[in-house]
Write a protein that binds this ligand. Structure first.
Ligand SMILES: N[C@@H]1[C@@H](O)[C@H](O)[C@@H](COP(=O)(O)O)O[C@@H]1O
Length: 261
């Protein structure tokens, strides 16, 4: 696992957007796994800016969703499908025909989950998967004690996650669904490159457990330690509880320029 400490969220967004741009220059139809939440927004803004200036062409990119609320109609403004359409597809000029995600309104949720895992494999697998992290260490919606081998499936949210996400529902927790579909941890680990961005002191404990704690289902993000190409990008606040921060700074500062993340 590589840990990159950046000065702020904007710098993290720029670094990751450049890695995505480099991938798209190599593989224009790359399958990009995208995450929701506030944290990845600087990545999407930086990538959209590159598209606008012609620094990269994202028109052939394909987009895969990480997770979704169960029961919200697809057109609900806070369904993750709607959020991603607004925040990723439209700014990058990518049509919905290049988008894939689980169906949160399916009558048979389990079948929809299995169909999504199969579709990801059929599409050749995710090339680069963006991840945020919950305050409890969750990735996607894999809450603590999710199996590290899990596949896409339905999960029940913890109250903390519902409280954290109520801000997207007018601060009204009663509007936050209890159930979600999420790519499993085993599914996520199949992506070729995992890039987790965490910003702010509120994520510092979760980041420390992810990077320096044991691999343990109680901190789902710690599964990144099992991946051969995982990059954790953190700002100073999110890095503030890392005991090895100086080591990570030194290693990244002395990395060969050509290597990227
Ligand atoms: N399902 C999403 C996660 O993918 C995201 O990482 C997390 C953190 O969100 P934020 O970046 O807003 O802190 O929120 C939700 O739970």
């Amino acid at each position: 696992m590589e840990v990159v400490i950046v000065p702020d969220a904007k710098a993290g967004g720029e670094l990751i957007a450049e890695a995505m741009a480099q991938l798209l220059r190599r593989k224009p139809d790359a399958l990009l796994g995208v995450a929701t939440g506030s944290t990845p927004l600087p990545i999407y803004e930086a990538l959209a800016a590159k598209v606008r200036t012609g620094a990269v062409d994202a028109s052939r990119a394909r987009i895969a969703q990480l997770d979704e609320y169960v029961g919200l109609p697809a057109e609900h403004p806070e369904s993750y499908r709607s959020v991603l359409r607004r925040e990723v597809l439209e700014p990058l000029g990518i049509g919905m025909s290049a988008f894939m995600g689980p169906d949160g309104t399916a009558a048979d949720v389990q079948a929809a989950c299995e169909a999504y895992d199969a579709a990801l494999a059929e599409a050749g697998g995710v090339d680069l998967q963006l991840l945020g992290i919950g305050t409890d260490g969750h990735i996607g919606f894999n809450e603590p004690c999710s199996s590290l081998a899990s596949r896409t499936r339905i999960k029940t949210l913890t109250e903390q996650t519902r409280v954290d996400n109520a801000r997207f529902f007018d601060g009204d927790i009663s509007q936050v669904p209890h159930h979600v579909i999420t790519q499993g941890i085993g599914t996520i680990l199949e992506a070729r490159h995992l890039v987790l961005l965490a910003t702010g002191e509120g994520k510092a404990d979760a980041v420390a457990a992810t990077v320096e704690g044991p691999v343990a289902a109680v901190c789902p993000a710690s599964a990144l330690q099992l991946h051969p190409h995982a990059t954790v990008v953190v700002d100073e606040g999110a890095a503030s509880k890392l005991k090895l921060a100086d080591y990570f700074r030194h290693t990244y500062a002395n990395k060969p320029d050509w290597q990227g993340i």
